[in-house]
Design a protein around this ligand. Structure first.
Ligand code: PGA
Length: 265
């Protein structure tokens, strides 16, 4: 049975003090322990958020890591540096692919660093609007996944067992437009097929696939109603306590439904 995951991506928002207060408020408003809850603040706020979330069951994630573990990379943060601060990390977010020109190969190397450091990656994939309009969305997502996995499989080590993939159509991020639940569910199937072919085999069916892109406490229901989808990566709405409370409450319904179905089967 796959977990239901709600991950908050605060992007470049909040000072450390603001982040600690917001994290504590969100944790208090989202006590549904059947939902895996993750908060990804800016890196300078990781320690403050870790302290604020202690004992709440809400995990801390970073928004990015460098593709190398150490070295002359001014201003960068590496996976080993996250030890004691964060247990999750967003990898390959479309804003970084766009603004920092991150390639699939680079994203794959970041997955390697996560594996070495025991950090649970949330790998982001998704097509842009011209790609969708040209009917290439599925090929683009499958290609992003395949290219990242090729890098990962090049190193002889066990596969990442705790990978999470977020399908985030670029045209839906921060725009107020969302994908259709059914379309996102179909993409989740393509992602799991890609994982199965890329070395995961049968274990691909256990990889959680999240939807991301303008998720709110209202729109999340359409995605959580799809059995192929396992939660959401939430940007703008995750900065609002009442929105996060609504999203996690809805996610808990799905999580309980899965437990109920598993008990009866
Ligand atoms: P959004 O961002 O919810 O503000 O669209 C989602 C994301 O970028 O992960």
């Amino acid at each position: 049975m796959r977990p239901v995951v709600i991950a908050a991506n605060w992007k470049m928002n909040t000072t450390p003090n603001e982040a600690a207060a917001l994290a504590a408020a969100i944790a208090a408003a989202t006590e549904e322990t059947e939902v895996t809850r993750v908060i990804c603040p800016p890196s300078v706020a990781l320690a403050a958020v870790r302290d604020a979330l202690e004992g709440t069951g809400v995990a801390v994630g970073a928004q990015n890591i460098h593709a190398e573990s150490f070295g002359a990379f001014t201003g960068e943060v590496s996976a080993p540096m996250l030890r004691g601060l964060a247990s999750w990390c967003i990898v390959g977010h479309s804003e970084r692919r766009r603004d920092q020109c991150e390639t699939d190969e680079l994203v794959g190397r970041k997955l390697l660093r996560c594996r070495e450091a025991g950090i649970r990656p949330i790998l982001c994939v998704g097509e842009n609007l011209p790609e969708r309009e040209m009917g290439m969305a599925e090929a683009v997502v499958a290609g992003q996944l395949r290219s990242a996995l090729v890098v990962l499989s090049a190193e002889p080590a066990p596969p990442i067992t705790d990978l999470v993939v977020a399908y985030e159509p670029v045209w839906a991020i921060g725009t107020g437009r969302t994908a259709r639940g059914a379309d996102a569910a179909q993409m989740a199937q393509i992602i799991r097929d890609g994982l199965a072919e890329g070395g995961w085999g049968d274990a691909a069916k256990d990889v959680p696939v999240l939807y991301g892109g303008s998720v709110t406490s209202v729109s999340v229901a359409e995605f959580l109603a799809e059995p192929a989808l396992d939660g959401a990566l939430v940007g703008g709405a995750s900065l609002r306590v009442e929105e996060m409370a609504g999203i996690v409450t809805r996610a808990a319904l799905t999580a309980r439904g899965r437990v109920w179905a598993a008990d009866r089967s």
